[in-house]
Ligand binder design. Sequence first.
Ligand SMILES: Cc1ncc(COP(=O)(O)O)c(C=O)c1O
Length: 367
Amino acid sequence: MKVAFADIKATYQRLKPELDAAYARVMESGRYILGEEVEAFEKEFASFCGAGHCVAAANGLEALELILKGCGIGPGDEVIVPANTYIASWLAVTNVGARPVPVEPDLKTYNLDPALAGKAVTSKTRAILAVHLYGLPAEMDQLGEIAARRRILLIEDAAQAHGARYRGRAAGNLGQAAGFSFYPTKNLGAFGDSGAVVTSDGQLAEKVRLLRNYGSQNKYQHLIPGGNSRMDPLQAAFLRVKLKHLEQWNRERRAAAAVYQEKLAGLKGLVLPQVPNECEPCWHQYVVRTKQRDRLKLALEQAGIGTMIHYPVPPHLSPAYSSLKYKAGDFPLTEEIAGTALSLPLGLQLAPGAQDYVINEIIKALE
Ligand SMILES: Cc1ncc(COP(=O)(O)O)c(C=O)c1O
């Protein structure tokens, strides 16, 4: 049997008539920059998140940059970021000229450790950028208390958290603003790059809207120096089709995650994800940890099962950040996760028979 780690074409095949109709609608409209499709997606996605505003953007990285710029964060400022994240969370901070201050995760959730985040706040700190890694919401209550007490912002990197919930509230509605990515493999993925800023702060939304489009509301009237981070209307039309199915797909992911949780429980040397009571993850990834990671990955590969490592090199050890002069051992928990984490197949390609096969092969490899 072959089990792909992810099969992004599967969603096209499932929704072909609707997606083809969306494509034709945009092509026939003659409107290829912003316009009705983008505006309709913005309304629908804001409503999905329970937030006041959505500003559709070109990708998730730029969505985060737009938030930071919109909040006036730049050179001389510090932003607390997880040490354990995809490098984009750090790049958003350095791309606006601010300094990322990495903080170790809680080893139970892999998300920012709130106690350590509190200790990292200085007089230069302007914000905490909390990542909901693998679709598990960060400890937003504790982080929110720190942010309120220290008068700094709490921003969500919700790139992996479409439909994840914290105390019943959706990601995107848990801080000052949230950056989403619709990279094709995300729970809500486009057929190309795109992203969005979601916020209930009307002033921030307006500023981000200007920054996204050359600082302009009306053509050739430039109110502030902005850039071009617009979402493509074709992607907006595709995302509108997929958004209608997102809750159902997330339910399917939750059901598959529950099967892994039950059937892999108690396997020696295998650490399964832990979900705090207040969190309802959207299971962007289902990540196990084991000291035998590389051996397990190879055994699964030989059995025709695709897996991935999220992420093999943490940002502080990436050559991109050599100028920050971090070295191995500076963030031991993050490095431990990078050395032991393995993401298992989850999503549309995972028929029940395929999941049983994956589980049996894991048991065989580890016993
Ligand atoms: C945690 C996190 N932040 C930010 C991003 C950036 O999103 P994009 O690839 O759409 O720029 C990603 C996406 O891959 C991500 O996983």
